[in-house]
Design a protein around this ligand. Structure first.
Ligand SMILES: Nc1ncnc2c1ncn2[C@@H]1O[C@H](COP(=O)(O)OP(=O)(O)OP(=O)(O)O)[C@@H](O)[C@H]1O
Ligand SMILES: [Mg+2]
Length: 638
């Protein structure tokens, strides 16, 4: 959730001119619809029968008018009325049956599609989530899927049903009297042309509307999550204004859609009415002349009237299908993104090694963590700009802990994210004990490497669950207590229900330092071979920091660690320090050596602002400032 996200809001979906085939798009739903195909086609068949039952009514009317009515035979009229009643009841029962048939299977389709989307989102690489605003994903998982269920329940069935009904009705009318039939069919061509034209424009408008819903969702989500900032800076007015603007934009698009629908509706309603009127006049004249029976005219007109609803409804059925096609398109935009390799998650426990590659592990059994000419650029930065990391060479020996220091924005966080393959290197390679990390499954890699991020993310779950996330299934209370002790997160035992206390959404009920210590506990709980810590102690006061350090030293003794550090006190935790500057490692050595020999390092550690950067570390608001000496004061602890 960053400024970048806001800037990106429009990017993933800005291709409104792309022409697509509505039918082909909708056909992509087939794999999800397949399991319920029997019920769905049963429902369509029932609806076709129900609708055609309605068309028999005019034929009964004709029989009544030309027979019993003409003969003034009351018994015959009663019989006819009984038939009409029976037909009406049958039609109603059949439509009820259709509803019953589709309701349950379609909610299953919706649930399946939603589950598939969620699974995919979990498996998509971090680079994807950097690019996509969360509201866009949220709206695809909710509003769009609802549209799809409605489409399968209603327009899909009724487009078929109405087409069959219209075809049957037209045949009946032509058989009754072909001349009158042609008159009524007259408007078909202009109606079809209007539908085709309006449909295309409607597709564009509905795409825009659905994207705008996504943007709106993003805004709401960000301002709810960021409510502290919004309130703290008195931004609720501007936030509300931004919301209003998006909402007005969406309203405009919806009105545009309504206008398009209105125009199609006007044509679809008016032309057939005119045609029916013309047929009525013509028919009456011919009955008067005696070359058409009154019954035939009644049957003809009531058939034409019975077809009015199927014809009129086609306008909004097409509109709903357009929206469904758009929803399908938006759904598959996410589903089509390549996930992290599927095999990576199925072969957990496999010892890795790509096929054909000799197992190099024996040779370099205890090589540690090695970066070899690692280059990286974020996928969404403009082409031509220099890569963020360019030729990083660094070797962290087995059991060694290496601090990583560099100016803010120099790429430290990015470099650490490459180790668990949250991002993929764009050049060079990273090896663990001599094995290229791309040659092992992600599951294995992530079991061996544990990370604590700059922003400690907690989930709405208990403290224990949050911490044990970092361990395998078999971790128990002892592991939990040990990890809490190492991270000096013993405060967890003082919470109302101890480690079983639930933390609120994102752990906001805890202090920044408490969250950071839980994240640290999560990183160490699984006793990982490799530990990657991104500035793990930034929010702690010096006393707590010293205590955590002392405990971490024990953990780090048998772990290979890469620790991003801003403060000398954190640097002192590590055996050696590497300086990241200009996209490469420019110096490696002990803190003392580098202070003496490297001017840039000395400047970073002294807290003096560099020419183009603000001070390297600003204390976060959570820090108890009064106790804290200047950040570099702990330097002399050495
Ligand atoms: N997902 C991303 N897409 C594009 N650019 C990014 C992305 N993430 C980070 N960057 C850019 O990469 C650069 C390095 O970011 P990074 O977070 O690695 O810096 P850092 O060294 O950890 O800084 P700090 O000390 O402030 O934590 C920054 O200029 C940042 O704007
Ligand atoms: Mg960082």
């Amino acid at each position: 959730m960053s400024v970048r996200t806001l800037a990106m809001m429009a990017t993933p979906h800005e291709n409104p001119e792309v022409r697509r085939s509505t039918v082909r798009t909708l056909l992509r739903l087939w794999p999800f619809v397949r399991p319920v195909r029997a019920r769905l086609s049963g429902a369509v068949a029932v609806a076709v029968v129900a609708s055609c039952t309605g068309l028999v009514i005019p034929l009964v009317l004709k029989w009544m008018v030309d027979g019993p009515v003409a003969r003034r035979d009351p018994a015959g009229v009663w019989l006819g009325a009984l038939w009409l009643l029976l037909l009406g009841i049958t039609e109603a029962l059949l439509f009820g049956l259709r509803r019953w048939l589709v309701a349950r299977p379609l909610s299953r389709v919706e649930a399946d599609m939603r589950a598939a989307l969620y699974r995919r989102l979990q498996r998509l690489p971090v680079a994807f989530h950097d690019r996509w605003p969360s509201g866009q994903l949220l709206s695809r998982g909710t509003a769009d899927l609802m549209l799809l269920r409605m489409f399968l329940a209603f327009p899909l069935t009724f487009l078929v049903v109405n087409s069959v009904t219209i075809a049957a009705g037209v045949v009946i009318m032509l058989v009754q009297d072909w001349a009158l039939g042609l008159v009524v069919l007259g408007p078909a061509v202009p109606v079809l042309v209007t539908c085709a034209v309006v449909e295309r424009r409607y597709a564009l408008a509905s795409r825009r509307a659905q994207d705008q819903v996504g943007d709106l969702t993003t805004l709401v989500e960000e301002s709810v999550l960021g409510i502290r900032v919004v309130k703290g800076f008195g931004r609720h007015h501007s936030q509300a204004r931004a919301f209003r603007e998006l909402a007005i934009g969406l309203r405009g698009t919806e009105l545009h859609k309504a206008r398009l629908l209105a125009s199609i509706w006007a044509v679809i309603m008016a032309l057939p009415e005119l045609a029916i009127g013309a047929a009525l006049v013509l028919g009456v004249l011919r009955v008067a002349d005696g070359d058409l029976s009154a019954g035939t005219l009644v049957a003809f007109l009531s058939t034409a009237l019975a077809l009015r609803w199927p014809v009129e409804s086609i306008g909004f059925l097409l509109a709903m299908s357009q929206e469904a096609a758009t929803a399908t398109e938006r759904y598959f935009e996410v589903m089509d993104e390549a996930p992290e390799d599927a095999k990576d998650f199925s072969d957990a426990g496999d010892t890795g090694g790509a096929p054909g590659r000799p197992a190099p592990r024996a040779a370099a059994e205890r090589d540690g963590l090695r970066f070899e000419g690692v280059a990286f650029r974020h996928p969404d930065v403009p082409d031509g700009s220099a890569p963020l990391l360019d030729g990083v060479d660094l070797h962290i020996r087995r059991g060694e802990s290496m601090a990583l220091v560099g100016a803010t924005g120099s790429g430290k966080t990015t470099l650490t994210a490459l180790v668990p393959r949250l991002y993929e290197v764009t050049g060079g390679r990273i090896t663990l004990d001599g094995v290229d990390i791309t040659a092992m499954s992600r599951a294995e890699l992530r079991a061996r490497v544990a990370v604590a991020f700059e922003e400690p993310t907690l989930f709405s779950a208990s403290v224990a669950e949050n911490v044990l996330m970092g361990a395998g299934e078999d971790a128990d209370r002892t592991d939990l207590d040990r990890a809490l002790a190492v991270a000096r997160a013993d405060f967890a035992h003082q919470l109302p229900e101890g480690p079983d206390t639930r933390v609120g959404e994102q752990g906001l009920s805890l202090s920044g330092g408490q969250r950071q210590r839980l994240a640290l506990a999560r990183a160490v709980v699984g006793r990982p071979e490799f530990l990657v810590l991104d500035d793990p102690l930034s929010a702690l006061d010096v006393h707590t920091e010293a205590a955590v350090e002392a405990a971490l030293r024990q953990v780090l003794a048998d772990t290979t660690a890469l620790i991003v550090a801003h403060r000398p006190s954190t640097v002192l935790l590590a055996d050696r320090v590497a300086l990241l500057s200009g996209g490469r490692i420019t110096a490696v050595g002990t803190h003392r050596e580098l202070l003496r020999t490297n001017a840039e390092y000395a400047r970073l550690m002294s807290g003096e602002p560099t020419p183009d950067e603000p001070a390297p570390h600003e204390p976060t608001p959570h820090e108890p400032l009064p106790h804290e000496p200047a950040p570099h004061a702990s330097e002399d602890r050495r």
